[in-house]
Design a protein around this ligand. Structure first.
Ligand SMILES: [Zn+2]
Length: 295
């Protein structure tokens, strides 16, 4: 029997409110899966899968409302083709039938399985591959900035005897759940996701550092945040709480560092500068080490 396609709606420039509740599905309803997640600082992902025999047709957008009508698949007619990408800021990605989740490997030089007596820090460079993340001044891409910083954070930690593993070590796209699965599988002590922020190219005046936690990572967030403020002249946009997927789904202390605005007139040239990225990596690693020593 044919499995119905899953649909993923990515809504840019969106933030879930703290009060957001994912609707409970009725077991006899036309949906078998529905989730609403904050996947990035300004991006919400809605995933849904109709039950067998149903499909979504005639997707429409009117004003601030999205409409996804679910219809039974007529047995005499061929199945309705999946929804295509509409214009505007809303993008629907229909995943391939056999999504091959790129399995993160331990970073070079590491054994496949972490030693029991060593702490494991998972460093998670956001985005990658077909998902560039935020795009800023002169096409500065978040995925490139954060990969370079993350690799250096991992290298610095390893030099200090801390096992640091990357969720991606090159320019590839990895979904959010495999990043969480990886951290759980290697029994990570800490999870540090590294991103760069964006607002709009018409707001170069907005610059600064934001560090996020959801539940258990508040002290780790403060320690890394303070370390970056001490080492750089970045503007302080504070430690904040937010419902990011990778923060909510990981069981260890987890933080997400927004290392500056790729759209910011002050931050963007610095994030583009390899020396500054090295300084940022040193500051993040220093914060992680300090946190581990205190605990
Ligand atoms: Zn990001």
């Amino acid at each position: 029997m044919e499995t119905p396609a899953a649909y993923k709606l990515t809504i840019s420039r969106a933030r879930l409110s703290e009060q957001t509740i994912t609707p409970q599905l009725n077991s006899t309803g036309p949906l078998s899966h529905l989730s609403i997640e904050q996947s990035d600082i300004n991006r919400v992902v809605i995933s849904l899968r109709p039950v067998s025999g149903f499909t979504i047709k005639n997707f429409s957008q009117s004003g601030q409302y999205l409409s996804l009508p679910l219809s039974p698949i007529a047995t005499r007619n061929p199945p309705v083709p999946p929804v295509t990408t509409p214009s505007g800021p809303i993008v629907i990605d229909v995943p391939p039938p056999n999504p091959s989740l790129s399995q993160p490997r331990p970073s070079p030089g590491n054994p496949g399985r972490p030693d029991n007596d060593r702490l494991v820090v998972v460093v998670d460079p956001g985005h990658g591959g077909g998902d560039p993340g935020a795009i800023g001044i002169d096409d500065l891409q978040e995925k490139q900035v954060v990969l370079d910083i993350s690799r250096q954070v991992a290298t610095i930690l390893q030099r200090q005897g801390i096992q640091a593993l990357l969720t991606r070590f090159d320019d590839r796209e990895i979904d959010l759940q495999p990043r969480v699965d990886f951290a759980e599988r290697v029994n990570a002590s800490l999870f540090v996701s590294i991103h760069a922020n964006a607002i709009s190219l018409s707001r170069p005046d907005v610059n600064g550092l934001e560090t996020y936690y959801y539940d258990t990572g508040v002290r780790l967030a403060r320690t890394i945040h303070d370390s970056i403020l001490r080492r750089t002249h970045i503007r302080d946009r504070r430690v904040r709480r937010a419902r990011f997927y990778v923060l909510r789904k990981t069981s260890m202390p987890a933080v997400l560092v927004e290392t500056g605005f790729v759209t910011g007139a002050y931050d963007a040239p610095r994030l583009r500068d390899p020396d500054y990225r090295h300084l940022m990596a040193e500051a993040i690693a220093e914060g992680i080490v300090r946190y581990l020593r205190q605990n």
